[in-house]
Design a protein around this ligand. Structure first.
Ligand code: ADP
Length: 454
């Protein structure tokens, strides 16, 4: 209000000055009173014109983009310009802050692993993140303001949206490249809808694997149990001779062993899945493992095969000894079981150029047809079920092997030809392979030696 008093004073002075000038000039025409009034009115008019010019300048500034500063006048117009400019700048700051918050909020939703789609009351797309665009094959820019039902034509989705009871989750199968999508819709604001989508293909797959697994385990256990209960019934209801009784007991023993084998393999798998990755600095002698599997193979073969297991490799492997023994033993046992009498089985270690190494189990047995190879490491997958069961197989051996070798950072390679034989390689990465000489020298010294040799 600092302009108010000066403005009154200025107006009064201008009127007085105008009246005085009017009175002074009026004396010459003998009309002093009229001239005095005209003088005062001219002063007021001049003040009004000055105000109009200043007001016009301020209005011009307001009508423009307001990027430059407001007109810097004195008095009323100066303060008015200054205050309007400050209010405009404050508004701009608030808008910029809100825009930043909105951008951050939208980029947070954009980063969500789930699809987020906003629909207005007419089910037109207001906004969607990239994941939702992927899930429903939308273009986040081009499809804005389009009705969702014109773009997503899945009958289940359209019906769900139109039904309007959104308590349930909608499950969409085989939507444009996705195995399964779970869709949840929530209302917000005035008739608007939030559509949340999630790709649950992986979850569905693991659920179905779990169901298959439980069904397989139940089936595997039920078969020997049925046989056992049959024998028990036979023994309790029929008078058996001593020979028959012995035979029944032997068969019962076999079925029990089969169940024991299955349970033991299941426990091994569960243990492998539940334990942390083997430490990379606990060294195990490969020669000890080879000696162990050699005796296992000889015992299982009973002299029916020619078995050659490499004796002295001087290699240490970093990992868990029991797991490595189990993997190698599974391969050698398979080689014996799937190689007819007279066949040959070789187990050899080979250093590879990049410092890694592989343990190969080769046999001249039945071999495996090409179409079975990709599925061989699946749980309970058997090429020939009856032969596998006959020889005490559980169908879990190769899954255990694959699991073990993967936990040790390596891979299981399988080459086989039906009727010719098979070769199973356990490939271990360089960091988990140590030569005997390195063990003595210390790894760093051996590494330096290798560098020099290169
Ligand atoms: P199983 O307990 O049935 O042997 P595995 O997981 O160890 O289960 O092996 C899966 C299938 O792979 C076997 O049923 C068998 O048909 C085939 N197989 C495994 N090793 C060999 C091999 N050395 N020679 C031929 N077939 C093999």
């Amino acid at each position: 209000m600092s302009w108010l008093l000066p403005r009154f004073v200025l107006a009064a002075l201008a009127v007085c000055l105008g009246a005085m000038v009017g009175w002074w000039t009026g004396r010459f025409f003998d009309l002093p009173f009229l001239a005095e009034t005209l003088g005062a009115a001219s002063a007021v008019g001049a003040l009004v014109v000055i105000d109009a010019v200043r007001g016009h300048r301020l209005l011009q500034w307001l009508r423009g983009s307001q990027q430059d500063t407001a007109p810097r006048d004195t008095g009323l117009w100066g303060e008015l310009g200054y205050r309007i400019e400050r209010a405009v700048r404050d508004r701009e700051k608030v808008i910029a802050r809100e825009r930043l918050q909105l951008d951050q909020f939208l980029s947070a939703i954009e980063a969500s692993p789930n699809g987020v789609l906003m629909l207005d009351a007419q089910e037109q797309i207001l906004w969607c993140n990239r994941v939702a665009a992927d899930h429903f094959s939308l273009d986040p820019q081009r499809d804005l303001r389009q009705r969702i039902t014109n773009l997503v034509r899945s009958p289940a989705f359209v019906a769900f949206l139109q039904e309007g009871s959104f308590e349930q989750t909608l499950l969409l199968r085989n939507v444009r490249g996705f195995g399964a999508l779970s869709v949840v819709i929530r209302r917000y604001g005035e008739g608007m809808k939030l559509v949340l989508s999630q790709d649950i293909t992986e979850r569905e797959r693991s659920d179905s694997m779990r169901r298959d697994f439980v069904a397989n385990v139940s089936h595997e256990i039920r078969t020997p149990l049925t046989v056992l209960s049959g024998f028990i019934e036979t023994m309790s209801s029929l008078p058996l001779t001593e020979v028959e009784r012995r035979r029944v007991l032997t068969l019962m023993g076999q079925q029990t062993q089969r169940m024991q084998g299955l349970v033991s393999d299941l426990l091994t798998l569960a243990q492998l899945e539940g334990s942390p990755r083997p430490a990379p600095d606990r060294w195990v002698s490969l020669d000890a493992i080879l000696a162990r599997i050699n005796s296992d193979a000889l015992a299982l073969s009973g002299g029916k095969h020619q078995i050659k297991v490499q004796q002295s490799t001087q290699i240490d492997l970093a990992g868990v000894e029991s797991e490595l023994i189990s993997a190698a033993a599974n391969l050698v046992t398979n080689a014996v079981r799937y190689t007819p009498a007279g066949g040959q089985i070789d187990v050899v270690w080979r250093d590879l150029a990049d410092g890694s190494g592989e343990l190969s189990v080769n046999d001249t047995g039945l071999g495996i047809a090409r179409e079975h190879l990709p599925r061989l490491t699946e749980r309970f997958y058997r090429v020939d079920g009856s032969r596998s069961r006959e020889t005490g197989g559980t169908g879990l051996g190769l899954s255990i092997v694959k699991h073990v070798v993967q936990r040790h950072g390596g891979e299981l390679q399988i080459q086989s030809e039906a009727g010719k034989g098979s070769r199973f390689n356990l490939v271990f990465p360089a960091v988990r392979v140590r030569h005997g000489a390195e063990a003595a020298l210390g790894v760093e010294a051996a590494y330096a030696d290798r560098q020099l040799a290169d």
